[in-house]
Ligand binder design. Structure first.
Ligand SMILES: [Zn+2]
Ligand SMILES: [Zn+2]
Length: 264
């Protein structure tokens, strides 16, 4: 069974600091391979307290889209959990180079616990983890090195578009991977702030161009939460004729079921 468990659906400093929505990242299972993506603050607690619990000792890798704390706060504690407190050297740690080299968030002592460190480059791959191939998108426009991640296993292709500013070439870059599922981080509903994050409008533009079978929205800031993400997702579903889902904390996306339903 292949699935994505969302251990959090919140993003941005305000929502994360108050934990208005959790920030645990995504636990991806594709076939027999398990990967934790973007373990923000609370990732380990959320994983262990989920019903049924996720077992970090079964993780094959931890992957960061970028090193901002809402995506990496729990990365070191999760490395320890994956490696039985550092006593069993195993697993892989994949992240952009600046997560290791420049004001590193992956601490040098914890790196020794994993079997493999991989510095992700933009527009590259496949990076192999168990039965999954990971490709990266072009570099996002964000304050630190940031790339999207495309996970491929058998016939399933899942793309994750993390934080960054909208720009023209971005949608085409994701479209060339033909994802079945596109997960988009959308922080802001609609405002004039000139910051490096998607608004709801930006997210809809990209989904309309990429046309996945299933569009998934998450990483909500305050203005998105106020605008009711489920209502907005329902509108997209009607307008674009594809399945659209607004994530809540603890939501599981069953990939086989959703993709079979979308094919009908
Ligand atoms: Zn973020
Ligand atoms: Zn960020």
């Amino acid at each position: 069974m292949s699935s994505i468990l969302f251990l959090g659906s919140g993003g941005a400093r305000f929502v994360v600091a108050r934990q208005l929505r959790a920030s645990g990242g995504m636990w991806i299972r594709l076939g027999a391979t398990q990967i934790h993506v973007d373990p923000g603050p609370g990732a380990l607690v959320r994983a262990l307290s989920h019903v049924p619990p996720c077992n970090p000792r079964e993780l094959d890798a931890i992957v960061l889209s970028h090193k901002h704390l809402d995506h990496s706060g729990d990365v070191n504690v999760l490395i320890e959990a994956m490696t039985s407190g550092g006593f069993r050297r195993r697993g892989a740690m994949l992240a952009p180079a600046d997560a290791f080299d420049d004001e590193p968030v992956v601490l040098p002592y914890a790196r020794r616990f994993v079997e493999r460190i991989e510095r992700l480059e933009p527009s590259s791959g496949p990076y192999r983890v168990g039965g999954i191939e990971i490709f990266t998108s072009m570099r996002h426009r964000h304050a630190v090195q940031t790339h999207g991640l495309i996970f491929v296993h058998d016939a399933i292709r899942v793309a994750y578009l993390p934080c960054g500013r909208y720009f023209e070439e971005l949608a085409a870059d994701y479209a060339r991977h033909h994802p079945d599922v596109l997960i988009v981080n959308v922080l802001r509903y609609h405002d004039q702030l000139n910051v490096d994050h998607f608004t709801w409008n930006d997210a809809c533009r990209v989904v309309a161009e990429v046309r996945p079978k299933v569009a998934v929205f998450q990483h909500f800031g305050t203005t998105m939460l106020e605008a009711s993400p489920p209502r907005l997702a329902a509108q997209v579903e009607d307008e674009l004729g594809l399945r659209a889902i607004a994530v809540y904390d603890g939501f599981t996306l069953d990939l086989e079921t959703e993709l079979a339903a979308a094919a009908r």
